[in-house]
Design a binder for this molecule. Sequence first.
Ligand code: SF4
Length: 234
Amino acid sequence: MIRYSEITEKNPREIVLLRGRGCRWRRCRFCDYYLDSSKDEEANYELNQEVLSKVTGKYGSLEVINSGSFCELDAKTMGEIEKVCREKRISQLRFEAHWMYREKIKPLKERFAPGTKVKIKMGVETFEAKFRENVMEKGMGGAEPEEIARYADEVCLLFGFKGQTEETMERDIQTGLRYFERICVNLMNPNTAPLQPDRDVIRLFLENVYPRYRDNPRADILVENTEFGVGGDA
Ligand code: SF4
């Protein structure tokens, strides 16, 4: 699997896909990425160390993803990330976090300060709370954007399911841009999870919504989930 890449557009940064012990939530009905995990922390560390050795620091910005949340990375890997940030002068570091880990975010930011500013990207998927919880089973309860913004700097949105409309997708993007520094819109790609993409909703997004935000510098839009260059086959 490809685990290192560079994102050269909009918000240039290096990106690494590390391996953790696996998502603790594991219930989102659209997700099977948590399969990229291992309980063998030493093996994870060895793999992660090798991936992190590719980081050059050329943009001063690094995104770390691990098919889960930063809390699911082992302690030695976290130490290695710290070392890389220091040695390669990374001033901005992104991590992913599920809502259930929100109280761990402040200590994480303090750990990397002042040299490296940590930004948290949270998978919210949609601000339509009923849909998010009843259909997607995201595990965020009724959390509203104001509350989420107290913890997350950026959000991921996920579109392409039956029940989502042009209006809800537009509203999600508007809300995301209003409350957060950046948004990352993902279009649902077929996988092995129970909830699968709806072709009509995908078409609606691509024809009517996408053109309005394609060039927005604060919005990453991934039509294919490997567009950041990681996660595909080497
Ligand atoms: S989307 Fe994220 S939080 Fe939900 S099950 Fe998958 S890895 Fe876990």
